[in-house]
Design a protein around this ligand. Structure first.
Ligand code: HEM
Length: 374
């Protein structure tokens, strides 16, 4: 595709025209261009905030990831202080503690360890739950809900509706509790901003928390497990970071590039007719970026298909680009670094269980993650 159809028409139907962008430079151009907008409703009216019906709670409406400036700017500014590298850095000792507790449990576990189930999954969930102020013991519920939501190809599916309702009811109860007894967490802070002029509506409060839970759930798990998988597949690279742990941050960057945890950007819509690298994209067309493809673009990366933990100038787009660049990137990077450091310290002879079948990628669109990593 990069060579022959870099701006690829996924569907030509007039009612439903869509494109996939596969080259690194084009992907960056798309993601930073104000002509490709996030809020589909703006193609027909002013803004989704004006359309919003506050009587009917929709926990997906007006998520920061789905809106454009000025709403996007306002929503992002509200939570940005919680995700700055400096604020995130302070969480390191706690993340180390969580990793070490999980590793202790793994050492006592009988039978094969699944690096995803036993480690890569619980770690980021515990971290994001503590940051938000969501009870950690409810994490299995969140897992189910966020799995259903991410995997939903058909929003009308019965399970999807049921899970969304349960999720909404759960959050309503949690918000009530925190309103009465605020704590030092992000949810308590967000509750204080609701109703104040121009800050956060009730719908936006729900969709903000849902976005952070989902984003904090499904992605970092894949960062840790995909990077470990790449290291198992390339034992020479694993030895390099084992003998020099200062290479772990660059191994994480290479993991992000090589097995990008998020395969595609979310959708953009063309606000006008646009000529884009030889194709005529029309007003209202859907356009997505293939992040995985951009990250393997041989015109940008030398030996793009080689996994190299010492790669220099690794300017991958695994966290996106432009104004929607991943808010959680500093947190994900820190979690990845701590997770792999502690894992290698606890299990100096770690290896893939090679007597079992080769791990398989989960058959879902959007996210790239393994089902198991024994
Ligand atoms: C946005 C990837 C972890 C919160 C994004 C985008 C990507 C991405 C590609 C942009 C999507 C687009 O433009 O269509 C990742 C990866 C992660 C990760 C690969 C882990 C390895 C996290 C975490 C959080 C988070 C841990 C929060 C706790 C967000 C938010 C946005 C976002 C809120 C929307 C930002 C905006 O619209 O301004 N992420 N993410 N992400 N991510 Fe992440």
């Amino acid at each position: 595709l990069r060579l022959n159809h870099p701006v690829f028409p996924m569907s030509n139907e007039d009612s439903n025209r869509s494109w996939m962008i596969t080259k690194y430079d084009h992907v960056k151009e798309l993601l930073k261009s104000p002509s490709f907008i996030k809020d589909q409703k703006k193609l027909f009216s002013q803004s989704s905030r004006e359309d919003m019906n506050e009587d009917e709670l929709n926990i997906f409406q007006n998520m920061m990831l789905d809106v454009d400036p000025p709403d996007h700017t306002r929503l992002r500014k509200l939570v940005q202080p919680y995700f700055n590298p400096k604020t995130i850095k302070k969480m390191e000792p706690r993340i180390v503690e969580i990793a070490q507790d999980l590793l202790t449990e793994m050492k006592h576990k009988k039978g094969t360890i699944d690096l995803i189930e036993d480690y890569a999954f619980p770690l980021p969930i515990i971290v994001i739950s503590e940051l938000l102020g969501v009870p950690v013991e409810d994490r299995n519920k969140f897992r189910k809900w966020s799995n259903t939501i991410v995997a939903a190809s058909d929003n009308a599916a019965v399970d999807f509706q049921k899970d969304v309702e349960a999720f909404t009811a759960y959050l309503t109860r949690l918000f009530e509790r925190r309103k009465k007894e605020p704590e030092e967490d992000l949810i308590s802070y967000l509750l204080q901003t609701v109703d104040e002029e121009e800050q956060l509506t009730t719908t936006e409060l729900y969709s903000m928390v849902v976005l952070l839970i989902i984003a904090g759930h499904e992605t970092t798990v894949n960062l840790i497990s995909n990077t470990m998988f790449a290291l198992f597949e390339h034992p020479d690279q694993l030895s390099k970071i084992q003998s020099d742990q200062t290479l772990i941050p660059s191994a994480i960057e290479e993991g992000l590039r090589f097995y990008s945890p998020v395969d595609f950007s979310t959708a953009r819509w063309a606000e006008a007719d646009i000529e884009f690298h030889g194709q005529r994209i029309q007003h209202g067309d859907l356009v997505i970026a293939s992040i995985s493809s951009a990250n393997r673009d041989e015109e940008k990366f030398n030996h793009a298909d080689q996994f190299d933990v010492t790669r220099n100038k690794n300017a991958h787009v695994a966290f996106g680009f432009g104004i929607h660049f991943c808010l959680g990137a500093p947190l994900a990077r820190l979690e990845g670094k701590v997770a792999i450091e502690e894992l290698l310290n606890a299990f100096p002879n770690i290896d893939l269980n090679r007597t079992m079948n080769r791990p398989e990628w989960k058959p879902v669109f959007l996210l790239r993650g393994l089902s198991q990593l024994p």
